[in-house]
Write a protein that binds this ligand. Structure first.
Ligand code: ADP
Ligand code: MG
Length: 393
């Protein structure tokens, strides 16, 4: 299967062509002020190429979860001036993403001009993948580009329903780059090290199981580690153990060992009595009653970092501890530095994991930071992404 890309679209000439771009501009917004604008920056290469080719570009995206109703605080309007500044062009904004106003706004564009349309999810038809809504979106343009990797695992009107209406529908450069880099984890140079952490086993069981049968080494950290410790019969104090996942954790560990691979769980821990700024903490090998694990310990962190040095491919998802609190961030920092130093291909996915890498200033030393949390996990575990499958020719 081949996924057509931007170059295929550009080859036909785009001057005067109306192009609908599904981008992922789902940035953190507070009182109309944009926080991290990584996602806006990430779609620039695609937009620049289209504009340079003389296309008339209409950009659509979702923002937050308005649930099919117009919620002013989730308007994409504040994104327009930021996009304008980052692209160094004028960007107009349209109050709706379908209907006569949207049509008129797109038809008013000149060659090489760009318009941002309002939040797709103000219409219930977007998430319902409603046929009429998809058709209404398709009326806006002559060609379609999906560059919204972060939403590619959702079969929504703007990611899948709209596609059959276009004879020209391609992946943008960001989507293509994500698939290329995450594809390296699916078909890795070996050994492959998977470092998995974060909040919950339950939200990541699929990726844990998939990588357990695929990676030479799996290193477990974060809150999910305590469910694995419980499965080994080790004391966990009042750490966040998911009782209903203990059997799954045991099964994963048995499968890994039966397959001749290795699964590493923390051998030392940073523990506290409460999770909070300034809470007293100490390093232990066995978690005492009344204490809970808030980070992997220094010996564990060194072990994981050393594993990264010997791996040809590293995939990391999920912080090793409550990294938002400085005194519980050391494990995440040591592992991040180890991954950054690794000579292998290094791929980090997950919103919090990528934020941790950025806050440590290590972004430029990682081969690929994925812009999609859920989508990256689904793709890495070998699942088909609906928004990608529909583009395949
Ligand atoms: P990602 O967004 O990278 O996929 P997750 O959302 O799964 O990662 O997990 C990140 C969250 O997990 C962070 O907010 C972090 O504080 C939390 N976390 C990590 N370790 C622990 C722990 N030991 N106890 C409680 N929370 C933890
Ligand atoms: Mg998260």
């Amino acid at each position: 299967m081949v996924i057509p890309g931007l170059d295929d679209l550009l080859a036909g000439g785009l001057r005067g062509t109306r192009v609908l771009v599904r981008a992922d501009l789902n940035v953190p917004l507070r009182n109309g002020v944009i926080g991290d604008d990584t996602r806006i920056r990430a779609c620039r290469p695609t937009l620049r190429k289209l504009l340079r080719a003389g296309a008339r570009v209409g950009v659509v995206s979702h923002l937050g979860r308005p649930g099919g109703v117009r919620r002013p605080e989730l308007s994409l309007r504040p994104v327009a001036p930021r996009l304008a500044r980052l692209l160094d062009i004028g960007v107009s904004f349209c109050e709706d993403c379908v209907g006569t106003t949207a049509r008129a706004a797109v038809d008013a564009l000149g060659d090489g001009q760009l318009l941002l349309l309002e939040n797709l999810r103000f219409h219930a038809g977007e998430e319902e993948n409603d046929r009429d809504f998809a058709r209404a979106l398709s009326c806006l343009a002559d060609a379609y580009v999906n560059d919204a990797f972060g939403t590619a695992h959702r079969a929504h009107a703007s990611t899948t329903g709209v596609v059959p209406h276009f004879s020209r529908a391609v992946a943008g450069d960001l989507l293509a780059a994500e698939l290329r880099h995450l594809g390296v984890v699916r078909e890795p140079e070996r050994p492959l090290l998977a470092i998995l952490g974060g909040a919950k086993v339950s939200s990541k069981l699929g990726v844990i199981e998939a990588l357990a049968s695929h990676a030479e080494v799996i290193a477990i950290g974060g809150a999910m580690a305590y469910t694995f410790l419980a499965a080994r019969g080790e004391p966990t104090g009042k750490s966040p153990v998911e009782d209903e996942r203990v059997d799954d954790a045991r099964r994963v560990m048995e499968a890994v060992e039966a397959g001749g691979q290795r699964i590493l769980v923390p051998t030392d821990h940073v523990v506290a009595q409460v999770v909070g700024e300034g809470a007293p903490s100490r390093v232990v090998e066995s978690i005492p009653d009344g204490w809970l694990g808030v980070d992997i310990g220094p010996a564990t962190a060194r072990t994981y970092a050393d594993e990264a040095a010997g791996a040809r491919t590293v995939f990391w998802n999920g912080p090793m501890g409550v990294f938002e609190i400085e005194s519980f961030a050391a494990g995440t920092r040591t592992v991040a530095e180890g991954v950054a130093r690794s000579p292998g291909n290094t791929v980090v996915g997950g919103g919090d994991s990528v934020a941790a890498i950025h806050s440590l200033g290590l972004g430029s030393r990682i081969t690929h930071l994925s812009t999609g949390g859920g989508a990256s996990l689904e793709y890495v575990q070998g699942r088909e992404l609906p928004g990608v499958a529909v583009l395949e020719r």
